[in-house]
Design a protein around this ligand. Structure first.
Ligand code: DC
Length: 209
């Protein structure tokens, strides 16, 4: 059975939480596509000693290993910014395209979250959800995650970082972040995790016949 759930939206809107819950509920495989860009970005920074070379980044993207994806430093703000920068490079996106397309149409169903899943990776996805939340709520949520490892980080810094990343992700020429025309919009600003997941489950159930 092929069944793809495409979850897109800006940083820290709740995509990951919702995607994982859907994958468990329906027994689908789950791919956090942001981790591909994060792993590439972090490695490209290392190789270039702080300076990212687009050709090197594209080569690294095409040769990612499980070890790269299992790194424990992928969720940092540095990794997020590096990911957003290399994600605007066409050769990097091209190197990651086929793997994601195949993953989306694998047998048994798949949930993918990212920025361009419903528009570029799998426009034929059975379910498309665009998850958003206000900038302030997203910054507070992300700050809670990051402050454990970096207590000096302020909510204002996280907010700036998120906005910079969202602006770059939405403004780039290639595969910009945007809702697919047929995506369901899910604003989680006022929703509990349980309620957001419940609404996403209903959306999937409506298409699972
Ligand atoms: O979802 P995330 O915060 O882990 O993603 C990190 C960055 O990777 C994000 O700012 C933009 C990029 N990205 C992308 O361009 N396309 C995707 N499908 C997923 C992530």
């Amino acid at each position: 059975m092929r069944f793809t759930v495409a979850i897109d939206g800006p940083a820290a809107a709740g995509k990951g939480t919702i995607s994982k819950a859907l994958a468990v509920k329906f027994g689908f495989a789950y791919l956090d596509t942001g981790s591909l860009y994060r792993a590439t970005g972090v490695k490209a920074l290392e190789v270039g000693r702080g300076v990212i070379d687009p050709a090197v980044a594209a080569q690294l993207a095409g040769n990612l290993s499980q070890t790269d994806l299992d790194r424990t430093d992928l969720r940092t703000d540095v990794a997020g910014q590096a990911a957003s920068k290399i994600a605007a490079m066409p050769d990097v996106r091209a190197a990651l395209l086929e793997f994601q397309k195949n993953y989306a149409r694998r047998d048994g169903g798949a949930v993918l979250d990212g920025r361009d899943i419903g528009t570029v990776i799998c426009p034929e996805a059975e379910v498309k959800i665009y998850v958003t939340a206000s900038d302030e709520i997203r910054a507070k949520r992300r700050h809670k995650e990051l402050a454990q490892a970096k207590p000096e980080l302020t909510v204002a810094q996280v907010l700036n970082d998120l906005r910079a990343r969202d602006d770059r992700d939405a403004a780039r020429d290639i595969a910009p972040m945007r809702p697919a025309d047929d995506a369901l919009l899910l604003d989680t600003t006022e929703l509990s995790i349980e309620e957001a997941v419940r609404q996403a489950i209903i959306a999937v159930q409506a298409h699972l016949k």
